[in-house]
Design a protein around this ligand. Sequence first.
Ligand code: PMP
Length: 408
Amino acid sequence: QPAYDLSALRAEFPILKREVNGRPLVYLDNAATCQKPLAVIEAMDDYYRQTNANIHRGLHTLSQEATDAHELARTKVQQLIHAASSKEVIFTRGATESINLVAQSWGRANLRAGDQVLISMMEHHANIVPWQQLRDQIGIELLVIPILPDGQLDRAAFARLLTPRVKLVAITQVSNALGSITPLAEIISAAHAQQTPVLVDGAQGIPHQPVDVQALDVDFYVFSGHKMYGPTGIGVLYGKAELLEAMPPWQGGGDMIDIVTFEKTTYAGLPHKFEAGTPAIAEAIGLGAAVDWMQRVGVQAIADWEHQLLTYATQQMQAALPGLRLLGTAPDKAAVISFVLEDAHAQDLGLLLDQLGIAIRTGHHCAMPVLHHLGVNATARASFAAYNTFAEVDAFVTGLVRVREMLQ
Ligand code: PMP
């Protein structure tokens, strides 16, 4: 049992009451996006009913209230990740946009042809493609830390690859395809020993464990709101103030300026320098509500419960499914089970489970290189959140057994 009241918590998620194909929904695609509690839905609804106005622009009451609510959300995020200042919290559209911002702004200003950026084998495409684009633009090199057969980072290889030519390490906190947790403290201290900054992709980290960017001493930390009970369309780039201050703006437009003439423009300070145009105001407020919600339930309590679900589901699957291959069996793992069955295609499993009301993810999970490395094109993936139950795990495993029989 979790440290919180599971059925009361489930009642906060309207979508969990619905049926899919005549069956109660069993939602196990949380790593793709998770469901939203009423607190988040109502905060956004309330904003549009009561407050809606553009921010930073008007002196009228609604504009002031909207500006305050938007900035309050920033402060909530600051507290969640223990940033030193709310100026270090930049709102973006999500983890993807945050990484692109760092690649184009910090990368172009600080990297030269021949410099190396070190990523890992198990990165999401969001932490691969922006660096390849930068490589093609300015001639950097991209190096890849391999993984061990169980899906954990090859630390010895990391130590070998980290030479003074590496000017940035960009690495995921948790692999969305395998669930592996990377040893961030070790990576960051080794990189800092040679003054190399570290960007951490926290998209799958922040929903599943407490994060303290100052204790980690991480230079950039990025994540998306929609994977942590908040809305889509909003995410965060955390950066150390001295790095962000020195970076040029990425996009130009309203809200990010100080004074504009046709000859010259001076820019606003942090965080507005990186927030050109009207931002996603309702979404920021929704994200703030999601932070409150997570803290009320307890981030550690959620993590502990997900760990129980992971252990139970792994045991049940291994017992019920001969020939099961789990991808990612590292001892340090977050709430993701990626698997293949030798005699059943992942896509077919996903389609037939959907007939039973069970939502899982199938495919390459936007991490083609690591699946390719492990010799598969696609896996089926079940991933857990605060509201999942042992009964749902049972329904999933029973469903898998049935579906597999149907496919034989
Ligand atoms: N990194 C990881 C590890 C992810 O799992 C995801 C989302 N699947 C992303 C980055 C990209 O997040 P978004 O699509 O919300 O920008």
